[in-house]
Design a protein around this ligand. Structure first.
Ligand code: PEP
Ligand code: MG
Length: 580
């Protein structure tokens, strides 16, 4: 049966392929036959994984003193399940007798138990099968060695290029792993349009739709799918006529992309001769190839936290130094803006282990980004030293996320000074004049931007978070995504105020949030006075095309008038006029 689902269009283009269902780690474990001499080791591996999960539960429990008793009971139940010999002992027997790998042994045993639970009449007990699954999944993740990351499996008979990943949810750490794969597209049930999952989807340059609600439940493995990432439409089992139509649309999009490529070396300037800097946002050193290929004049945002997201511990100074140096050298003299770790919120570094964290009720408002860095001075010094050391190899700018208070800026500057002093003491060469700037992504920072302009040498507006915090809309929650409005008058006021204030004192300001890569907003931003944009490389040429067709002198008065409106209808009407 053919049907269509609608979700959030987060990465444009069209993909046609087969469904590749990704879900619980348990569905994707490999089935291996263990060599007799390795059986003991496999049992030991299983025991160690159990032990780590046991410790994790105990730590969670320890931190739960002030939390609800419900959560404590939940942890107790999971600890009990984990200790049950059916899960803790029988798999060892399976490993020894059938020589299965630990994951497979555990999943077999889980299926047996789940089956037993599901036959129970009592609803409460029947539902405990979910808890068994959850506990087993936790152990499997330990075994796979990538806590928090979803295991990938292969779909035999199909090349990755023809597969469309269908998942209930993907964390940023899951998606970053896809950079090493070549899937045609991906779709999920949950996630907002500026969530980090969505941002990574765009960076993979494959069509993606999030917030499809029930896709994972309704779609079967290997069914034919069409992903229209531009409109947010997913068609399951399309008929021949629809397939033909989409094949045609796909080739038209490819043709347009080929035409755009001619702009790669064109000067990025407006019709009235104003040069506009177009920089790239990157997550991994490997992304610089794409940045250069799209003609980026620099890296405007290197989200360093992605380098280390799925490893569960902090990278050493040398590891970080090598990563930063690689980017700077790869960009061959072009400026590289390195943002210090923006960990926390949806990008957790396995906090219960590495950072001594606690469960946060409101992680977006919690110990995130610079707040975490200042709370973990050792970790921060390690990163600052690594960045400073890499500054010897090119033009690095240091960007600090989530600053809002004057004393945080002062503390940060003092931390940089400490890192510099320690390097000087070791006679390590670095750029003494390295520029330090702030992300403006909290409304308080935009409103009191003077605090930043007096202390720092550049600004970069993070509109993804600025909108989230201004409108109180979780950027990763599809249920409120229709309220996430970049054109809300309050957002426009904050942007205009920040840009104009920086311009007045001659401090460079850029936008590195997703807004910068949306060609339908390019003229609005040019009219506000923005001259530096940083976006995912895939967007650079479309934005450049728009810049080359625009005239700043004409746009400025139109945008000034637009900023006087508060009514959404009026604002949109004015935007249409700008873009006409
Ligand atoms: C932003 O908030 O706009 C931004 C660029 O940072 P991130 O998306 O990584 O939070
Ligand atoms: Mg941000």
């Amino acid at each position: 049966m053919s049907f269509a689902l609608h979700g959030l269009a987060v990465s444009g283009g069209i993909a046609i392929g087969r469904a590749h269902l990704i879900s619980h780690a348990t569905l994707e474990v490999s089935h291996l036959l263990i060599a007799p001499r390795l059986v003991d080791k496999e049992v030991e591996r299983f025991e160690m994984a159990l032990q780590r999960v046991r410790e994790e539960f105990a730590a969670l429990k320890g931190r739960m003193q002030h939390a609800s008793s419900e959560f404590g009971a939940f942890i107790d139940l999971h600890s009990m399940i984990l200790a049950d010999p059916e899960l803790a002992e029988t798999p060892k027997q399976l490993i020894r007798e059938r020589r299965c790998n630990a994951e497979w042994a555990l999943v077999q045993q889980m299926e047996l138990l789940v089956d037993q639970f599901e036959r129970i009449d009592d609803q409460y007990l029947r539902e405990r099968s979910y808890d068994v699954r959850q506990v087993v999944e936790r152990v499997i993740k330990e075994l796979v060695g990538q806590p928090g990351r979803m295991a990938l499996r292969t779909n035999k008979g199909f090349k990755e290029e023809n597969l469309i990943v269908v998942a209930h949810d993907l964390s940023p750490a899951d998606v970053i792993a896809y950079k090493d794969h070549h899937f045609a597209a991906f779709v999920t049930d949950v996630g907002g349009s500026t969530s980090h999952t969505a941002i990574l989807a765009r960076s993979l340059r494959i069509p993606a739709i999030l917030g499809l609600i029930h896709a994972r439940q309704l779609i079967r493995d290997k069914e034919v799918l069409i992903v229209d990432g531009t409109r947010g439409v997913l068609i399951v089992n399309p008929d021949q006529r629809v397939l033909e139509e989409y094949r045609l649309r796909k080739s038209q999009i490819e043709l347009e992309r080929t035409k755009l490529r001619r702009l790669k070396t064109a000067r990025s300037a407006t019709l009235d001769g104003i040069d506009i800097d177009l920089h790239a946002n990157i997550e991994l050193p490997g992304d610089i190839a794409g940045a250069l290929d799209s003609g980026a004049e620099g890296v405007g945002l290197f989200r360093t936290e992605f380098l280390f997201l799925d490893r569960g511990d902090m990278p050493t100074e040398d590891e970080q130094f090598e990563a930063y140096r690689k980017v700077v050298k790869g960009m061959a003299g072009r400026p590289v803006t390195i943002r210090t770790f923006d960990l926390g919120y949806d990008k957790d570094l396995h906090p219960e282990k590495s950072l001594g964290g606690r469960v946060q009720n409101n992680p977006a408002l919690g110990l995130r980004a610079i707040r975490l860095s200042l709370a973990e001075p050792k970790m921060f010094q390690t990163q600052l030293r690594a960045i400073l050391r890499a500054s010897k190899y090119g033009k690095i700018k240091l960007l600090i996320p989530m600053l809002s208070q004057a004393h945080e800026i002062d503390q940060t500057l003092a931390a940089v000074e400490r890192a510099k002093a320690s390097l000087r003491g070791e006679r390590v060469v670095f750029d003494e004049t390295i520029a330090i700037g702030a992300m403006i992504e909290i409304p308080a920072a935009a409103l009191a931007v003077g605090l930043f302009l007096r202390r720092l040498s550049f600004l970069s507006i993070g509109t993804n978070d600025l909108i989230q915090y201004t409108l109180a809309i979780d950027r990763s929650d599809e249920q409120v995504s229709q309220l996430y409005d970049p054109l809300h008058p309050a957002v426009l006021m904050l942007l205009a105020h920040t840009i104009a204030s920086a311009e007045k004192v001659n401090i460079p300001v850029s936008i590195c949030g997703e807004l910068a890569g949306d060609p339908s907003l390019t003229r609005l931003l040019l009219g506000m006075g923005l001259r530096q944009f940083s976006m995912h490389p895939a967007q650079i040429l479309s934005v450049k095309q728009r810049i080359m067709q625009s005239n700043c002198a004409e746009l400025a008065p139109l945008v000034r008038r637009m900023l006087r409106y508060e009514e959404p209808g009026k604002i949109r009407e004015q935007l249409d006029k700008l873009n006409a």
